[in-house]
Design a protein around this ligand. Sequence first.
Ligand code: GDP
Ligand code: MG
Length: 382
Amino acid sequence: ARGASLTDFAEKINIDPAQLVQVLFNLGEMVTATQSVSEETLRVLSKELNYDIQVVSPEDEDRELLESFDIEFGEDEGGEEDLEVRPPVVTVMGHVDHGKTKLLDAIRKTNVVAGEAGGITQAIGAYQVSTEVDGDERKITFIDTPGHEAFTAMRARGAKSTDIAVLVVAADDGVMPQTIEALNHAQAADVPIVVAVNKIDREGADPTKVRGQLTEYGLVPEEYGGDTMFVDVSAISGVGIDSLLEAVILTADAALDLRANPEMDGQGVAIEAHLDKGRGPVATVLVQRGTLHVGDSIVAGTGYGRVRALLDDHGENVDEAPPSFPVQVLGLTAVPGAGDSFIVVEDDRMARQIAERRASRLRMAAQAAGTRRKTLDQLFDQ
Ligand code: GDP
Ligand code: MG
């Protein structure tokens, strides 16, 4: 029970709502029967009336909602034989000014095919590059949005979107507070780290010192017998970028088993979204399982709709997006939040029903929060 009114609650436990109003009044809380009340108030009431209520987390509630439509989110359908290797998804993190943006630019540039569409690339918050490792062409997906916030926002919502973190440390500056913060976030999320020791072109660069400093935080370089790959790079000159990409693939292969079933309906996470004047809600999503197609009915957060177009990281129209592929989705009715899941569902009707149920829940939760604030304000007024 969340965001319910006293009347809803009274109905559930088969009691006169006026009685609940009275009980709360006696406890010093003034609430009308139709007002939605906070979780805390329901707890207090239940205790007072000797009822054992269970408070359901928003995540569980959403899972239940999806299950009622026969949708399972977060699991690959089928067996081992249906799983195919998918590219690692990488977030770049590190202290301010250590070169995250420059490095992302440099990586993107190494992969711009000569003469490609005039070299004009449309930033969509993520991009995919490929690199050769042991004679194989391997892809890597980079999340381009300000690494830090995106990563934490998504983690807060329990959406794991990153497979590997590239920790950028400027060799002339060394380990700094946000370096440690980034490292802690990645370790807490159980995400393997590859260290990019950047700015090695700079005078005063001391990549050995960086290795020593990070060793103290449990990131022991491979060359010292640990299991973390450190790569010296310069985002300005481009030195070491290829080795960094190789290190990402080697780390993925050694530490992770990244596979997904491309045949099922697409599922994944929104990494960025905004309202575009001409195109309406535009969401960059990362496909995590299955394949997303133009024409699919999808629900993303409280938005839903039929996919009108999919644009890749070069702004080109594509018909479909397989696992680990980042695409811009056009056709949603509302802008999802970063970290909201997206799911392909049977038809538009189902998509709308799920989105509406979520939206009404959010409204009730907001109302309940408002009620709580009001009662607190009243308390302090007295
Ligand atoms: P961010 O805050 O981590 O995104 O850092 P930026 O990418 O904006 O870089 C901060 C500054 O460092 C900019 O002036 C960059 O030009 C510079 N910079 C980044 N990488 C390198 C590098 O490898 N060598 C040198 N010399 N300067 C760099
Ligand atoms: Mg930056």
